[in-house]
Design a protein around this ligand. Structure first.
Ligand code: PLP
Length: 370
């Protein structure tokens, strides 16, 4: 048996007719940018996320970047970010000319450790940017408390957690604003690039709408130097099809995760922990093992595809040489030990059981070899 990491082709086959209809609708309309599909998707996704405004943009990185810019974050400002995240969280900050200040994660949740944030706040701090990593909400209450105490903005990086809930509330509605991504592999994925900004704040929403469209509010009048970063009609139409299925698909991811957790309990690996406050959406199912690299190789040989999210933490990347000397041992340890198992709404019970069995056997043979 071959277990792919994420079988998008299979997933899309199950909704092929609806996607074809969406394509035809846009094609026949002749309207491809800033039209009725985008408007409808923005309204539907705002309602889903329990926020007032959704603004469709080009991708997740630009959602975060435009948001920081809308808040006036720039050179000399500091933004608190997790030390373990996808590079885009940091890139959004450095693209504004601001400085990312990394804070280490809690080892069990893999999310930014709120207890370490206050010590990272300086007179230059403007924003805290927690990431809901792997589909699990960060612990937002203490983060919002610290932000309120110091007059800081909270921007959620919700790229991996569409639909997740924190104490019953949707991710994307938990801070001042959020950026999310519709990269095809995300829980809500387009058939290309896409992203969105979410917020209840009218002024910020208007600013982002202006920034995404050449800095223009009125056609051919440009009051600020903006960007071209818009979610196109075709992607908006595809996303409307998939948004209607998001809860069901997230539920299937949860079934896969629950099955893994049951089948892998008692093995010599650390399994994902879910705090009481969290209803995760299992963008990824990430285990930890000291024998991670050997395990990954064995699984590959047996037909089970895995991925490392992420093998090199941002502060060790060549593009961030200035951060290399920072001591961030938790991020480094996670980079050495994490492994993401195959997960998708299209995965069969047989595939999950095969993957789990293969892991158990590989771990046992590791034991024997030691
Ligand atoms: C995917 C992702 C992004 C960036 O989204 P893109 O649409 O790929 O630009 C940002 N942050 C996190 C945590 C992500 O996983």
């Amino acid at each position: 048996m071959q277990v792919p990491f994420l079988d998008l082709e299979r997933l899309h086959r199950s909704i092929r007719e609806q996607l074809d209809a969406a394509y035809s609708r846009v094609m026949d309309s002749g309207w491809f940018i800033m039209g009725p599909e985008l408007e409808a998707f923005e309204a539907e996704f705002a309602q889903y996320c329990e926020v007032k405004h959704c603004i469709g943009v080009g991708n997740g990185l630009e959602a975060l970047h435009l948001l920081l810019q809308a808040y006036g974050v720039g050179p000399g400002d500091e933004v608190i970010v997790p030390s373990n995240t996808f590079i885009a969280t940091w890139l959004a900050v450095t693209q504004c000319g601001a400085t990312p200040v990394p804070v280490e994660p809690d080892i069990d949740s893999h999310n930014i450790n709120p207890a370490l944030i206050a010590a990272a706040v300086t007179s230059r701090t403007r924003v805290i940017m927690p990431v809901h990593l792997y589909g699990q909400p960060a612990d937002m209450d203490p983060i919002n408390e610290i932000a309120a105490r110091h007059g800081l903005i909270v921007i959620e990086d919700a790229a991996q957690a569409q639909g997740a809930r924190y104490k019953g509330r949707r991710v994307g509605s938990l801070g001042d604003a959020a950026g999310t991504s519709f990269y095809p592999g995300k829980n809500l994925g387009a058939l290309g690039d896409g992203g969105a900004v979410l917020t209840d704040d009218d002024a910020v929403a208007n600013k982002v709408r202006q920034l995404r469209n050449y800095g223009s509010k009125i056609k051919y009048r440009h009051d600020i130097a903006g960007y071209n970063s818009r979610l196109d009609e075709m992607q908006a139409a595809f996303l409307r099809v998939k948004l209607a299925l998001l809860d069901e698909w997230n539920g299937r991811r949860r079934d896969v995760a629950d099955r893994y957790s049951k089948l892998l309990a008692g093995t010599d690996i650390d399994l994902p922990q879910v705090p009481d406050y969290a209803e995760p959406v299992w963008h990824l199912y990430v285990i930890r093992s000291k024998q991670r690299d050997a395990l990954k190789t064995k699984l590959e040989q047996q037909g089970v595809s895995t991925i490392i999210h992420y093998p090199i933490p941002p502060h060790q990347q060549a593009c961030y040489v200035g951060f290399r000397e920072l001591a961030l041992p938790v991020a480094q340890m996670l980079a050495n030990e994490v492994l993401s198992l195959p997960i998708s709404p299209a995965m069969t019970v047989d595939e999950v059981e095969f993957a789990a069995r293969t892991i158990a056997i590989s771990l046992a043979s590791n034991e024997a070899a030691h």
